[in-house]
Design a protein around this ligand. Structure first.
Ligand code: PMP
Length: 380
């Protein structure tokens, strides 16, 4: 009997290619209290293990159980979901907010629900993958423009035939930690009759007074033509996402956004955790500045030029194998770093991605400095 053909045989050659290029990825589970210093997570404010945040999650868990039991339009909205939405709007200075099961879903909702076949979507070339996917899922025409280039955004908008236009960007770019020129982008959008969608995943909790985000810091909070998307899974130490905008947009998303309508509502425990995290951050706004201060210490230790503008410090090393080896070396020395390789970053720019946390202690910063200096010295 002849062997059946394997319709997925191509996966083996894809895997071989990945391995040969140093791009093969494996999962390395964390152990609780492993004593390793974390410079890899997005737990920027150190709230994911904060007792009040855990208590907030437990309270909601006890009240509602782990799952929300349905989509937001059916049974998946608890009173706490609505309270969280009000608190997020209040925190960011916008009229209203709508919570999703992740930041990814929030981005897909915002871009797809606010566009149609007659929309031009202008996206920064470094926009996060979730914004890229959101653009692809939309029916609009997509123009990818050079990173942080205002003239390119203007030129794309000027040349459009479409009636509507969206400009989408991260506020803090996830790989390099640099900032989008939000005031300039907003002015161009105003002039060219476009809506600006800003993903504040890495801005909330870090930029702006008390971590209110880069939109707030840029004096643009509450502007009617700006839509903020965010995640609850980074600075707020929970899970979930939100679109923060005005009431008209919120109502439109509730009624049309597929990732709102057809997705199960966010877990109540995640809602409780996020609410508690916001309370802690409001009470301790200095946590936001501590992230930037600690990022500066990391940048100096890793010999990265310039003052970090966010929690992210990127140590660009070149090829993927070098970055993997450096990350492994850090781990052996008790420091967990992020290792970014293509497709997360362009080829030849593989890197250690260090993330600062507000709760890094003096001792931890000193230990990390030693490790980073040793590794930088060995590389020379
Ligand atoms: N936007 C950006 C810029 C991100 O970095 C991420 C998470 N990596 C997301 C959106 C997605 O958020 P979530 O993890 O909540 O889906």
């Amino acid at each position: 009997m002849s062997e059946l053909p394997d319709p997925l045989a191509w996966l083996d050659s894809a895997s071989e290619h990945r391995r040969a290029a140093g791009l093969h990825r494996v999962l390395s589970p964390r152990q609780p209290n492993d004593g390793i210093i974390d410079l890899a997570s997005n737990d920027y404010l150190g709230l994911s293990r904060h007792p009040e945040v855990i208590a907030g999650a437990k309270r909601s868990l006890d009240l509602w159980g782990p799952g929300s039991t349905g989509s937001r339009l059916v049974t998946g909205t608890t009173a706490e979901h609505l309270q969280l939405e009000e608190e997020l709007a209040d925190f960011t200075g916008a009229p209203s907010a709508l919570v999703f099961s992740s930041g990814y879903m929030a981005n897909i909702a915002a871009v797809t629900a606010l566009s149609n076949k007659d929309t031009l979507i202008v996206s920064d070339s470094a926009s996060h993958a979730s914004l890229v996917d959101a653009c692809r899922l939309s029916r609009g025409r997509i123009a990818v423009v050079e990173h942080c280039n205002l003239s390119a955004v203007r030129a794309a908008l000027e040349g459009r035939d479409e009636e509507h236009a969206l400009v989408v960007t991260d506020s803090v770019f996830s790989a390099d930690g640099d900032l989008a020129p939000l005031r300039g982008l907003h002015a161009v959008c105003r002039e060219m009759d476009a809506v600006l969608i800003v993903d504040e995943a890495h801005g909330i909790g870090v930029r702006g007074e008390g971590g209110q985000g880069l939109v707030h810091e840029s004096g643009l909070a509450g502007e009617p033509d700006i839509v903020i998307t965010m995640t609850l899974s980074k600075a707020l130490g929970s899970q979930g996402g939100a679109v923060v905008a005005d009431d008209r947009i919120r109502e439109h998303l509730i009624n049309t956004a597929r990732t709102f309508i057809f997705d199960t509502g966010l877990s109540p425990a995640a809602v409780g955790a996020a609410r508690a995290a916001l309370r802690v951050l409001k009470r301790e706004p200095e946590r936001a500045q501590a992230v930037l201060d600690h990022a500066a210490v990391l940048a100096e230790a890793a010999d990265v030029a310039g003052k970090p503008e966010s929690a992210v410090v990127s140590v660009v090393l070149g090829d993927a194998a070098t970055a993997v080896a450096a990350a492994q070396r850090c781990l052996e020395e008790g420091v967990r770093t992020g290792c970014f390789r293509p497709p997360s970053v362009p080829p030849g720019t593989s890197r250690l991605r260090l993330t600062a946390r507000a709760d890094l202690t003096e001792n931890e910063l000193a230990a990390v400095t030693q490790v980073l200096r040793r590794i930088a010295g060995d590389a020379e």
